[in-house]
Design a protein around this ligand. Structure first.
Ligand code: ADP
Ligand code: GLC
Length: 480
């Protein structure tokens, strides 16, 4: 039996700010349970809703030394769908209304978490063959494993994997402060190790010291080796190209299943969507105050509202777009500028645009179920899960050809009657508008063609089956 520990800053069902939590919460249960014992470790944030913690039990506690500080760490455990989850408790670091706050606080918080995660292992009697780290918050783990903990025989031979879900976030902060927090010698703070452009950089540490590096799609694995997408680390990623691979994300096909989804208004499947899916559209139009119009091309957006997602393109052509018979149902939170932008368009185009500026699992499912199309014009997209959820619900994605969007949405070809969505290449608002208009025309004047698109979209398999196999192969290769 191979043992693997996922270390991450968020996971469903406990706490989620984006796709990372979906991945960490849904992938572990998809490994072959006869051969792989995959467990998960996350922080026990105070903002995790109490009802999600009803079944956890306290295991033990210990103290973590960070230079001159000595901090309490408790370990809680629970099992969900056969997967063991450990939660690291510390009410000083993990307070606050959200998992992440100011970067200078987060830097110390995740140094603590990374060290605590490793120190917990002998106490919980779990010696993994591989520690699988996710994003910058756990970037110090490979460094600690290879260097800081090397003298302790318990840790010798444990391999590490660093998965990059988003290269934009690297955990960068003043060198001196980081030295003071993690208490490792100057030797580690040079440009071939933790230092970048004068700062210390956690993700860089992970990339340098991990035994293998992955990211969440094949295209993004190529893109990040270029100056355009490399976020200052393309040189390093090139030098580690032999250790880097792209493994595309999957989704939890049980949680996201239009046939059984309790959140949507009317369940449907690949056989009866022609009659049933429209009922979801009508109900959503009613709930969100959109005009009741079967013919209006209803476009959904469920997203963090940040520059990454391409909303400046939408801003640029919104007035032109709203001259058409379209509707836009938006659900998202994030940068104030984008939140107000969508509120403004709702005010300006009442009945056509609905801006829901909050977080809601339930409304997200309703939008995936009810919309005709789903818009994701990202500037960059490591993988993207929303387009996979949309495909599962027969809601046709309109995406920019970047990262995982390029790998998972096959562009519609009207001559061959192939494809599962619509896409455009350049980061250009009118190129996007052209594609939206094209999709709308198919929807409004070639309904049979549109329904065939839905047939193909719903027939896609984006479960974790294939990708879990690729991770298993990598684990085998690393630990043999
Ligand atoms: P990212 O991780 O970059 O945010 P992904 O497409 O990988 O993008 O994943 C986003 C996840 O977060 C999806 O599960 C999506 O449904 C969910 N999500 C984003 N914003 C909201 C929101 N306001 N309410 C509910 N779910 C949301
Ligand atoms: C990041 C990326 C997103 C990806 C998710 C899960 O948040 O922005 O593209 O799907 O991680 O890997």
């Amino acid at each position: 039996m191979k043992k693997v520990l996922f270390v991450a800053s968020e996971s469903t069902p406990f706490i989620k700010t984006g796709g990372l939590a979906d991945v960490v919460g849904s992938l572990p249960k998809c490994f072959d349970k006869e051969k792989y014992d995959v467990r998960v470790m996350i922080p026990k944030y105070l903002c995790i809703p109490q009802e999600k913690l009803d079944d956890i039990t306290f295991l033990t506690n210990f103290y973590v030394d960070l230079s001159w500080r000595s901090q309490y760490a408790g370990i809680f455990v629970t099992k969900i769908d056969g997967v063991t989850f450990y939660l690291i408790d510390n009410e000083y670091y993990f307070a606050g209304p959200r998992p992440y706050g100011n970067i200078h606080e987060d830097i110390e918080k995740f140094a603590f978490f990374s060290k605590a995660a490793l120190m917990a292992l002998p106490l919980i009697d779990f010696r993994p063959d591989i520690v699988h780290c996710h994003d910058w918050q756990t970037g110090l783990v490979p460094l600690f494993l290879k260097e800081g903990f090397r003298a302790n025989s318990f840790y010798q031979g444990i391999k590490s994997v660093m998965t990059i879900h988003n290269l934009k976030f690297q955990g960068r902060w003043e060198l001196q402060k980081v030295k003071d927090v993690i208490g490792m010698p100057d030797y580690y703070f040079t440009s071939d190790k933790l230092e970048t452009y004068g700062d210390a950089n956690y993700l860089k540490g992970g990339i340098v010291f991990a035994d293998a590096i992955t990211t969440v799609s094949k295209t993004y694995a190529e893109e990040i080796k270029t100056i355009e997408y490399g976020e200052g680390l393309h040189g390093l990623l090139n030098s580690r190209r032999n250790a880097l691979r792209g493994i595309v994300n999957g989704i939890d096909t049980e949680t996201f299943n239009p046939e059984t989804d309790p959140y949507i208004y009317k369940q449907y499947n690949a056989r009866n969507f022609r009659k049933e899916k429209i009922k979801n559209k009508r109900a959503l139009q009613e709930e969100l105050g959109l005009e009741k119009d079967d013919k209006a091309f209803l476009i959904g957006i469920v997203s963090r509202l940040t520059d990454q997602k391409g909303f400046d393109l939408i801003d640029c052509v919104m007035d032109e777009l709203c001259q058409e018979n379209i509707q836009l149902a938006v659900l998202g939170t994030g940068e104030e500028w984008y939140e107000n932008m969508f509120r403004h368009y709702e005010w300006k185009y009442k009945g056509k645009v609905a801006a829901n500026i909050y977080y809601s699992e339930e409304l997200s499912h309703k939008i995936y179920g009810a919309s005709d199309a789903f818009l994701m014009p990202s500037l960059f997209e490591p993988c993207g899960l929303s387009q996979l959820m949309s495909l599962r619900y027969g809601t046709i994605p309109i995406v920019r050809e970047t990262g995982g969007l390029k790998d998972t949405v096959e562009p519609y070809n009207e001559y061959e009657s192939t494809g599962t969505g619509f896409s455009f290449k350049n980061y250009n608002a009118h190129e996007m508008l052209g594609v939206i208009r094209y999709a709308k025309d198919i929807y409004q004047s070639k309904k049979r063609e549109w329904n065939k698109l839905i047939d193909r979209a719903m027939a896609q398999d984006f479960s974790w089956k294939r990708s879990a196999k690729e991770y298993e192969e990598m684990y085998d290769w690393l630990s043999n």
